[in-house]
Design a protein around this ligand. Structure first.
Ligand SMILES: [Zn+2]
Length: 124
């Protein structure tokens, strides 16, 4: 039995292409290792609960750094922004960092209007 590279949950053999029902890997986001773990949501983040499985199962190891690649996200609902803040808080609590990367211009505008941009490390 293999385990999920994101949350380490055991993956049943019949799980399609590494989809993890616990953290949502392969379902609503892809996971790559570039200069560290890179999480890439597959589309707009409409619901806060989308993040809940991830927040509940991701091992927030000390000093962990997580890149959130938002290139396929054009919209984040306000509830989901709340979960982004939670994700940031959890990483900071473990002396880690959350880096947002490749923001679409629409997202830059949302971040500006909601005044949350200063809370995040944002990279091109
Ligand atoms: Zn997982």
């Amino acid at each position: 039995m293999t385990s999920c590279p994101t949350c380490a949950a055991p993956l049943p053999a019949e799980a399609p292409d590494g989809v993890c029902s616990r953290c949502g890997r392969g379902d609503w986001f892809t996971w790559d290792d570039e200069d560290g773990p890179v999480m890439r949501p597959k589309g707009d983040l409409m619901f806060a609960h989308t993040f809940d499985g991830f927040l509940a199962s991701y091992p927030f190891s000390p000093g962990g750094r997580l890149v959130l690649d938002l290139s396929d996200v054009h919209y984040i609902a306000s509830e989901a922004i709340g979960r982004l803040m939670t994700l940031r808080k959890r990483l900071l609590a473990a002396q880690g960092r959350l880096i947002l990367r490749r923001l679409h211009p629409d997202l830059v505008e949302i971040f500006r209007v909601t005044r949350i941009a200063p809370f995040f490390e944002i990279e091109p």
